[in-house]
Ligand binder design. Sequence first.
Ligand code: CA
Length: 335
Amino acid sequence: MLSSGADFGSFGSGVSTVAGPQVVLEQAEQADRLSIVVGAATDTGGRSENEDAIFVGDLPPVPSAAETGLDQGVVESGFLLAVADGMGGYQRGEVASRLAIESLQRALADDPGADTALLLKQAFREANREIFANGHAGGSDQILGTTLVAAVIRGKYLTIANIGDSRAYLLRANQLTQITRDHSLVQEQVSQGTLTPREARESRHRNVLTQGLGLRETLDKKMPSIFELTLLPEDRLLLCSDGFYDVVRDEDFVETLIERDPPDAARQLVDLAVERGTTDNVSAVVAGVLPARVALREPVLADGPAGDRPGYLVPLVVLSIVLFVALVLLALTVL
Ligand code: CA
């Protein structure tokens, strides 16, 4: 197992891997920033080659995006996390998924302070161009392509971009939400109401993509899909390839995400998919926001559970009674 932020402390030395090793990164806690731990794992699963590629790396620090002047001079570190699921056979899928991840790394290293969503869109376009060109080089018209789900964490801000059917899930307050929507034939049919989610899971055509990197010369204008969220303490983020969710149901991995720290969770989720006989490569990247430190918690007023009375209500009620009694006394005196 590889571990510690120091090993992968500089951007570009992150891990883009096609087999086995587990990756662990930790974001040092600074001031009131969220503290984040990341783990990742991938396995050939039911295949002889691994066409999945995963990436976990630190981003170069940039000045804080905080709007107030109070944070001037604070730099925000960050993470780039990604899962790409290449297709093409004869090890060609490995080329596609690796090109996709390299494009992401370049885009975020060249201009780290620029708008994250914009950088991600540019990276996806560039990757599409390169993969398409590679697939058609020398007159070949081999199908070469890849999915790509990428997450950039800057301070508490999370930006996700995806194309294809690798997914991002968010676990918040024990509730699991699938953030991304697959760009697949069965997802389209589910959206149109012609297929149930269960039928989609069991369909022979569940691996047919409607969008992917390298499949067409020009990327669809609507691609990639972008999602922007603000992270909260104790959130968990999971990026995974279809070799994982094809054989592991939501209810079977929530507990692991809650109970295990991210590096353990990533390894366990991949092992679980392998145990369940996935016929595909399987990858999982897990990021976890540590619980807020008690000293940093703000006083709870409006966020208290329903039925809790804010503390200022009691003196208000007492004051009202005193005023009422005074008015009655005054009225009696006047009469
Ligand atoms: Ca796959």
